[in-house]
Design a protein. Structure first.
Length: 189
């Protein structure tokens, strides 16, 4: 049961990171559209955009949406502790369950982080390779505007949050898992 909860922790944490980035990006898009409507001179170069407001939106969005991700492993740990009490015949948390959560959470986290970092980078580089003019299909150079380029843009859209947000955040989750386990180990043994 501990192993199942450890793996679940990883597979729920990664989408939370991607969702947080998506919400912050949508807020920035809305702000940029608002600025373009209010100051048409931005497109002509006669007005300056309000960069500071966009930075504030991203910073506030990160702080609002990331507190849950920062607290989630420890909250999940306390919920897991309650579940382990019910599963243990003596009403105590078993060291085996905690070890299972730590080991499987760490293994799943490392594998998922490697997948997201490398997969996201590959999707990003595929788009750059097509745009470089060195990509050929049946001896014909294929570039921007082609079907492979359109597909690569979609891949890059998914790959950027993978390699820039979800993958690196799983490294933090792995560190939190081990730190919380080491600090709370006396409670379980």
């Amino acid at each position: 049961m501990g192993g199942l909860l450890g793996a679940t922790l990883v597979f729920v944490s990664a989408p939370l990171a991607i969702k947080a980035v998506g919400k912050a990006a949508q807020s920035v898009i809305n702000e940029v559209r608002r600025q373009f409507k209010e100051k048409p001179g931005i497109m002509l170069g006669t007005d300056k955009p309000d960069y500071a407001h966009c930075v504030d939106i991203v910073t506030q969005g990160a702080l609002k949406r990331w507190w849950f991700r920062a607290c989630w492993p420890s909250w999940r740990r306390s919920r897991s502790a309650t579940a382990f009490k019910f599963l243990s015949p003596y009403g105590q948390i078993g060291a085996e369950s905690v070890a299972g959560l730590l080991m499987v959470g760490t293994i799943a986290g490392i594998l998922m982080a490697m997948f997201m970092n490398n997969g996201g980078g590959a999707w990003d580089n595929a788009k750059k390779f097509i745009e470089s003019g060195k990509f050929t299909v049946d001896g014909v150079v294929v570039g921007k505007g082609s079907d492979p380029h359109k597909a690569a843009v979609v891949g890059d859209t998914v790959g950027d949050p993978f390699k820039d947000t979800a993958g690196p955040s799983l490294h933090v989750l792995i560190k939190l898992l081990s730190t919380i386990t080491l600090v709370l180990a006396p409670l379980f043994i």
